[in-house]
Design a protein around this ligand. Sequence first.
Ligand SMILES: [Fe+2]
Ligand SMILES: [Fe+2]
Length: 330
Amino acid sequence: MTTPNRFSDIASAIRAELASVTRLAHVRTFHPNAFDWSEASTPSELAFLSEVVYGELDHETQAVAYVTKELAQLAEIERHVSAVIALTIGELHDLPDPVNVGHDLHHALSCFAAEEIQHANTFYRYVRMLAGSEARVDKALFNERFDVFRTDDHPYVKLVALCCSAYVGESVITIFEHRADALDPHRARFFTRLLHTHGLDEARHIKIDHVAMKSLYPALTIRQQSRVRQLVRQIEELNRRLAQSFQQTTELLLGVDFVTDNPAAAVQLQLTRTFAERIFTEDGALHTADEVLDAELRGLISAFSGVDNVHGPDTPTLSAALPGMLMGTQ
Ligand SMILES: [Fe+2]
Ligand SMILES: [Fe+2]
């Protein structure tokens, strides 16, 4: 059982961090109405997608299929993140806990959930325009993915697991955002602006993930930490099934192989696997994407995106600055 004391040493620092992260959430954000959607799938846009995905022109059809699959799948994961955060906010409602007093946690989570549902809205609209029709996966595995979190675990267990499961994908799309920026530094292309504006919100989500990973997680009991890892494994397995379903459905819908000899897909797969292996170690510690970079991974990211880090050098060290952190015993 988590007691209020378990969080008392870190609560004020967490609340201050969350308040700082969300301070400009009303400014550094976007709404899908603000895009000029008539620009989304012009011939020059499709040529740019070919460049982003294949590094050269004349792969427009495959690039459209790949982006359609990836962003529809991402939208589905974002919709699920939003729903699970809403569930967690409900469970936090009457939790007497020093992190959960006042408005800071409630506000940060509410912004996170609201932003993700709009991302799903935005990305679905984008891929409908690109593909001309919609890839449909049977009920999007939503019930199974939601049921993973319909447990009697402490809401922080769910929150940390959810943040961890979203974190790898958020880190990988950040690297794609860097690539689009490198190829289109003036953000003339719709796709670059789409990833950039999404990234305004994602930068906050990453910081909230880091709070969950670096501050909340170490303060959980050993048993709760184990439950976090179990939930992460369960949701990752379902997300893999979701990815396979989206791949098959998109291939059928668009009639094109967008995996064979697709350099961006190869980089994406390598980054996803490596981050997943290194971030969620079994030794009880969680690591940020930038903490797990070695020379090889840094070289891969740099060659792909022109940037040799993922979220920037200022990854938070909140937990390091917090003396007296309680490591759980039971
Ligand atoms: Fe998002
Ligand atoms: Fe996000």
